[in-house]
Ligand binder design. Sequence first.
Ligand SMILES: Cc1cc2nc3c(=O)[nH]c(=O)nc-3n(C[C@H](O)[C@H](O)[C@H](O)COP(=O)(O)O)c2cc1C
Length: 485
Amino acid sequence: MYRDLREFLARLEREGHLRHVRREVDRDLELAHVAKVNEQESGPALLFDRVKGYPGTSVLTSAFTSRERVALALDLPPETRFLEIARSWVQRIKDKRVPPVEVASGACQEVVQKGDDADLDSLPSPWFYPKDGGRYVGTAAYLVSRNLETGRLNLGTYRVMVIDGKRAGIQIIKAKDAEIDLRGYAAAKRPMPVALVIGGDPLLFLCSSTLFPLTESEYEVVGALRDAPVPVVRAETSDLLVPADAEIVIEGEIVPGELLPEGPFGEYPGYYTGAGAVDREYIRVTCITRRRDPILWSTTVGKPITDTHMIMGINRTASLWNDLQNMKIPGIMGVYGPPAAAGRMLAIIQLKQMYHGHSTQVGLAAFATVTGNYGLKTVILVDEDIDPENMDQVMYALAFRYQPDRGTQILERGRSTPLDPSLPIEQRYMTSRVILDTCIPYEWDHKPMPIEMDEALVKRIRSEWASYFEEPAKARPRGKELVGV
Ligand SMILES: Cc1cc2nc3c(=O)[nH]c(=O)nc-3n(C[C@H](O)[C@H](O)[C@H](O)COP(=O)(O)O)c2cc1C
């Protein structure tokens, strides 16, 4: 496993998955546009070595825009299939949590900037798209907060826009863990101490954007995934614990009820969230700690496939699968949240039917999980012989096994995300949902008879495959035989 982001980047570079951008770039638009063009060409992760006006700080983009790099973050062979990456995730965290370990010092505090020095403009936060409301310091960052009642430390990825040197607007969508934490501080009439972290083991970022139950700390899940505790240090200005090997930590507090305009920001559905800037909570910065030569990790957004799509593709697939497994429903063979759907709007679930109504149970259960409850709109159910990761097979099932009146169940009044552009901007907290059940009904006595090959013959053909393409042995020409006699 990786100690920190640098070890991960070294591995990416060794395996040809990372390229340095040597030319100087402007953090306003140019950097993000180079990253987007590279992503459109399915390019590697990019490390911008020279950002104009910011010597000594580099910017990383596109770390997770390919399945291979997500596999490498989990220390799996790069060719591992998506479903297998998710299966490994589910197995590693099954009934296991590893608490973080507090250490005396960490690279994340090599430089401590307090007072006037704690200036957000000391970091090369990129401006991504022309119509964005500002520069974003937090795209591949996670916010650490503590629940006042339980003491649980939460790690959550929420976008963060620089307002000025001391203030950063944050979009914590309703009912996310940090928003629920904030309700506790509001009731106690106290500001909520927070730390916005960039870097550390890349699994920290992968997990901070996963929907775990409110009571769970992502530190402990990451500990289970990497099979070793996350080393943490005490923050400079609060009792929060932050990853010792992080690149940058922005410490501060959020005052409940104090709002400032944030956004707009081009989001992963390919659209701006709303009509313009929205008043949101913001971080009052008290201190910035960092490495001497920090890496500001950023993710581009916009249409698929960006980091966000790939990250949520893997973490929503794994967490939905994990949730279903915890419900102890038998027969679930595979779960796939395609990256193009950001892993969350649509899921394909493969099952081996074992009793009447089994497939309906699985479809309904998916929407009832912690993961599926939030914004999942479509569940496609497929039988055990359909590979959910193979779109040709899924289309085949939809075309030939799905029967609209029998296989469609529409549900209403589900929890939605304000980012879903299929809903009117003012009504985005509720969505309808649909189950598309392509499974051949369990109760049918007479099931369609599948066409199958003769397996023994297939085996022989495979073992003699090359011989089917050899020139036939030449027959000896009769006439010549005679000549020689
Ligand atoms: C790159 C990226 C950016 C995200 N931005 C936001 C955001 O601005 N606001 C938000 O509420 N969720 C955002 N999410 C989704 C949350 O990270 C996700 O719902 C996560 O579960 C939140 O943590 P929590 O469950 O501890 O609240 C983002 C996810 C990714 C991968």
